[in-house]
Design a protein around this ligand. Structure first.
Ligand code: TYD
Length: 212
């Protein structure tokens, strides 16, 4: 059975992720690839309902275990009903955030022990991981200044945490990338937008070539 490719984008607040994902999808589609764009928390119908629950009830200030369990409940549904079926059809699935977000937001920065996060992960999605993760890395001061005024639905959640929290997110992401160089690619998100777009496209096309 031919299997598609699962790519995730990760990064802190204001890393330019949303713009870059839209550009990546457009570039891949223009090159004739069949792409499914999705996001977390959310993605599937029930996943989106869980996202709404998180946002409407101030999820960023919940006990961290409640945050992690909800993220993985949504992720399990998203993975089984949307991601895996699309991969089975040979599609390229691109997700705006995935498990690494829980590893750093609830784990490293939120204070949940890494082994606990991994055991919830095992229960929810087993060994399933992306084929490639693009990490948009930027200093929190720069990212947060960029993110101000974007008006998205989580402006009042993690964006308002301290710089120290965002610095932990950044280091958490960089540690994941250092420990899994086969899966993770770090992109310098302080570069100009077009340079970032070009680099992301190059890495993705390389991966597609290796995969077929
Ligand atoms: P979103 O509006 O998608 O933010 P961004 O544009 O930064 O991706 O909101 C997602 C928020 O939820 C973001 O602040 C990160 C957080 N989050 C977690 O805390 N844990 C998770 O597992 C995921 C997927 C997201």
């Amino acid at each position: 059975m031919q299997r598609g490719l699962f790519i995730t984008l990760e990064g802190g607040e204001g890393s330019g992720k949303s713009t870059q994902i839209a550009r990546l999808v457009a570039n891949l589609e223009a090159a004739g690839h069949s792409v499914v764009l999705t996001r977390e928390p959310g993605g599937s119908d029930a996943g989106e309902a869980m996202r709404d629950l998180f946002v409407a009830h101030g999820g960023a200030s919940w006990p961290v275990a409640a945050q992690a369990l909800l993220m993985f409940a949504a992720r399990s549904h998203h993975t089984e009903t949307l991601i895996k079926p699309a991969l089975a059809q040979g599609k390229i699935v691109i997700s705006d955030r995935y498990t690494d977000s829980t590893r750093v937001y609830q784990g490293v920065a939120g204070g949940m022990a890494a082994d606990k996060v991994e055991s919830i992960k095992q229960a929810a999605i087993g060994d399933f991981e992306p084929d490639m993760t693009l990490l948009l890395d930027i200093a929190p001061e720069v990212g947060l200044a960029r993110g101000q005024g974007r008006g998205n639905d989580t402006d009042t959640t993690f964006e308002t945490k301290t710089i120290a929290f965002h610095e932990m997110l950044r280091q958490g992401y960089l540690d994941i990338a250092r420990n899994d160089t086969k899966r993770c690619v770090v992109i310098d998100a302080a570069q100009d937008m077009d340079a970032i777009t070009a680099q992301i496209l190059e890495k993705t096309l390389e991966k597609i070539k290796q995969h077929v």
